[in-house]
Design a protein around this ligand. Structure first.
Ligand code: MCN
Length: 794
């Protein structure tokens, strides 16, 4: 079935209420911490209080003798059992052809700690309180070392070396694009716009903190790991093949209900390995750990943390000739699972944005710093690219005396497919339609009057644009492999039709807030012509789902959903053969529509449920030609990314006396191709914009540069966006269906977080321009805005 026929099916585009919400709203969800296994023990981790130190000795005697303690484990125990370090999933090759520096990432510290929160020891006891009390008794003798926490300092060289393997803390230098062509274009430019900017470090802060239970079964020599994770099959693969040296089939990873991830739960974390390993050491008793919020702040992978310089060369009409970018990216103390791909493949390739910039050259230096590891956080590389480009484009307009819309209009791509100079080929889109619709919805025409009204009240008002593009559904495996991926990027789906015609789908995608139980059921119900209630979705269990690559990069509907569509094709093909037999017609004459199999040109017809029953009660059945049963599995490896795009327009009002910035209006017009469930998509966009506004106005993860202490380690110091920080959003969509997947969908899960920060900051700059403010870095807290106004006036 083609994407255009698919879009016309019933249930597609319908705001079906979320099937999973009954469970969640009535307290029936089962999160990892809700699970209580027989004889379950509790772990507490001893974490480094220092940003950088030699571990001279660890005395575990008092802890081991404390009440209820069943085991105390250190790096020495892990090493004695030959548990390897955590692997990095993406190999980046430096411009000089050398591989990135890949220092060991131990499960428990081996002689040194490298950030506040680094794992030093694990105490396991009969109760959580006993484990925590005993953890306090572990005596660690540290020799404190100097730290380097800021990426700019790391780049400048501070004489602090985190790893012997990278004495200058440099992990790699990566580049993309034709440098000579870019230099030549700059040489003949009529105007060059330059910009320095910082992309602030963020802490993901999912509602459910990380949690895991490791459990070893002596009788079968098998392990089960329950874990709040977005990616159970990959977690299992990495843990078995790379870290513990176990056969994969001996380990089952279950990621049950998960309360948000936003990227922070894609990875294999040290705790997951330590718990699984410790359960065996303790005779098979399960070992549980759940992070408290402070622990999450110091130990979850953080996001962003870039320092960049960008330059745009233009002709005298404001047409872009070339873009040149240099970025310093922080990786933190160790390489997290996808850390190296974020500031490279997921960043540099997005720098064309929506524009016909003929030449682009980007260079990225990535550095180890004495901080928590940095990895994907909602958008992963694409928000950093969009922030840089959209800030730069608005500035180009301001410098040339062109409006933010005009500079964009002059440069927008208007023909597809479009090959960018940074490797991607956009399949389809209509960027101008998004921009025009956003302007209409945002009432751009009325802005001048609103600005005048604000000024009459002593306030400043500004409008900011951002026309983002992103690449979702990481693809295809062979190209990703050539770019350094150490895993495939397909997805797997199994469709099991039961004898009564109801269906269970097993998907390798994982839903942790995105509503897959509803939207995937809509896809299946639409294809089979059955009610949405008759379809159940199973995810997050390597013991039940054949295989999977998990959920990140807004890939689930476009890759996971496409795998299910492939399995449905196979179901339809087989079901037609069964129907042909029942209807005494040839296979080729059977049509399937609206849940009925019909002989072409006749009224002879039977329903899907009858075919399903026949498949399992094969009395009148072509047993000589066809196996009984109706159960099909498919793998789908996309041929390209999907490219959602849109224009966001933000209007802020600023009180110049206090620096308080309020987002007054926010308009988002997105193109997600065919939309399965507009209500869920709207929720995704709202959530993403809330996180983007959080980054732009409030959130900033700060390490003390002198001591390496995390200064923003709780919600008192790290401001998350709240309901009253959010304006009423004006949302709409434009639809150009994706051309290379069978649903026509493009991902929507990250768009809001990608498109919104530059819209907000461009609005702040627009508001403050009359006061002389030209530079501004996120977040626009009252103090920073007030200081910017004051320093512009001296
Ligand atoms: N959808 C649709 N029509 C489309 C596109 C998507 O109906 N054209 C639906 C999908 O079927 C799915 C939802 O929208 O139910 C999101 O789909 P998709 O864009 O494929 O994204 P994923 O499901 O792969 O989710 C991942 C994405 C990412 S990368 C982050 S980070 C993120 C996000 O989703 N983390 C989230 N949204 C989140 N939402 C919640 N509540 N919690 C998180 O941790």
């Amino acid at each position: 079935m083609g994407a255009s026929d698919f879009a016309k099916l019933p249930h597609i585009g319908e705001a079906v209420r979320r099937k999973e919400d009954y469970r969640f709203l009535t307290g029936g969800g089962q999160y990892t911490d809700d699970i209580r296994l027989d004889g379950q023990l509790y772990a507490a981790f001893v974490r480094s209080p220092h940003g950088h130190a030699v571990v001279k000795s660890i005395d575990t005697a008092a802890a081991a003798a404390a009440p209820g303690v069943e085991g105390v484990f250190t790096g020495a125990d892990v090493a004695a059992d030959k548990i390897a370090g955590l692997p990095c999933g993406w190999l980046i090759t430096s411009t000089d052809g050398t591989p990135m520096k890949e220092p060991p990432h131990p499960v428990l510290a081996q002689g040194k700690v490298r950030y506040v929160g680094d794992h030093v020891a694990m105490v396991v006891a009969r109760s959580l309180e006993q484990a925590r009390n005993a953890a306090e008794m572990v005596e660690v003798d540290y020799e404190v070392l100097p730290v380097v926490t800021q990426v700019a300092e790391a780049a400048a060289g501070q004489g602090v070396a985190l790893h012997d393997e990278a004495p200058d803390n440099h992990c790699y230098k990566w580049a993309l694009g034709d440098k000579a062509a870019v230099d030549a274009a700059f040489a003949k430019a009529a105007h060059v716009t330059r910009l320095d900017l910082v992309n602030n470090r963020l802490v993901p802060n999912a509602i459910e903190p990380r949690s895991a239970i490791g459990s070893y079964h002596r009788a079968t020599d098998e392990y089960t790991l329950y874990v709040a994770n977005q990616n159970p099959h990959v977690e299992r693969l990495l843990m078995t093949a790379f870290v513990m040296g176990l056969p994969e089939h001996k380990v089952r990873v279950i990621a049950p209900d998960v309360g948000g991830g936003f990227g922070s739960k894609i990875y294999l974390y040290a705790e997951d390995v330590a718990l699984t390993w410790a359960s065996r050491k303790l005779g098979g008793r399960p070992v549980k750990w759940t992070a408290d919020r402070s622990e999450s702040f110091v130990s979850d992978a953080h996001g962003r943390d870039h320092v960049s310089h960008a330059e745009m060369a233009m002709d005298d009409q404001g047409h872009f000739l070339a873009l040149r970018v240099h970025t310093h990216a922080a990786l933190g103390a160790y390489l997290s699972t996808f850390a190296t791909a974020v500031p490279t493949i997921l960043y540099g390739t997005l720098l064309a944005g929506q524009y016909k910039t003929p030449q682009i050259y980007v260079e990225v230096d990535a550095w180890f710093t004495n901080t928590a590891p940095v990895d994907a956080y909602r958008g992963a590389g694409r928000p950093e690219a969009t922030y840089l480009l959209e800030r730069l484009v608005s500035r180009c307009g301001w410098e040339l005396g062109l409006g933010q819309d005009e500079i964009r209009r002059r440069n927008l791509i208007d023909k597809w497919p479009y090959q960018t100079p940074v490797a991607l080929q956009y399949d389809t889109g209509d960027y101008l339609a998004c921009l025009s619709r956003a302007q209409q919805l945002a009432d751009v025409v009325g802005f001048a009057a609103r600005r005048a009204a604000s000024e009459a009240r002593g306030m400043r008002r500004g409008m900011g644009y951002s026309s983002y593009i992103e690449a979702c559904g990481l693809a295809p495996s062979n190209i990703a492999g050539a770019l350094g991926a150490r895993a495939g990027l397909f997805e797997c789906g199994e469709v099991r039709v039961h004898p009564t015609g109801s269906v269970t789908v097993f998907t390798g995608s994982h839903s942790h807030g995105q509503g897959h139980e509803t939207t995937f059921a809509q896809v299946v119900a639409a294809r089979l012509g059955i009610p949405v209630e008759n379809v159940d979705i199973v995810h997050g269990d390597t013991g039940r789902v054949p295989f999977g690559m998990g959920t990140y990069g807004s890939r689930s509907i476009s890759v996971g959903g496409a795998a299910i569509m492939r399995a449905l094709d196979k179901i339809e093909t087989k079901a037609k053969k069964i129907a042909a037999h029942l209807l005494e017609a040839s296979d080729a004459d059977i049509e399937f529509s609206g849940g009925n199999f019909t002989v072409k040109g006749t009224d002879k017809s039977i329903p899907f449920a009858q075919v399903a029953l026949t498949a399992y009660v094969p009395h009148n059945y072509p047993l000589d030609k066809l196996e009984p049963g109706l159960n099909e599995t498919a793998f789908y490896d996309p041929t390209n990314f999907t490219y959602p795009a849109g224009t966001y327009i933000c209007e802020v009002e600023i009180d110049p006396a206090t620096g308080v910035t309020r987002v007054d209006r926010f308009t988002a017009v997105d193109d997600f191709g065919t939309i399965i469930n507009p209500m869920i998509v709207e929720g995704q966009v709202q959530g993403g914009i809330a996180q983007g506004i959080g980054q732009a106005l409030l959130e900033q993860c700060v390490y003390d540069p002198a001591s390496g202490q995390l200064l923003t380690a709780s919600f008192s110091d790290y401001a998350m966006p709240r309901a009253d920080d959010m304006p009423q959003l004006q949302l709409d969509t434009v639809c150009t269906p994706c051309l290379h997947n069978p649903l026509g969908t493009k991902g929507c899960g990250e768009a809001g977080a990608i498109g919104s920060p530059p819209a907000v900051i461009n609005a702040v700059l627009d508001a403050l321009a009359p006061l002389g403010v030209k530079e501004f870095d996120m977040p626009a807290t009252p103090l920073r805005v007030w200081e910017a106004i004051r320093s512009a006036q001296v």
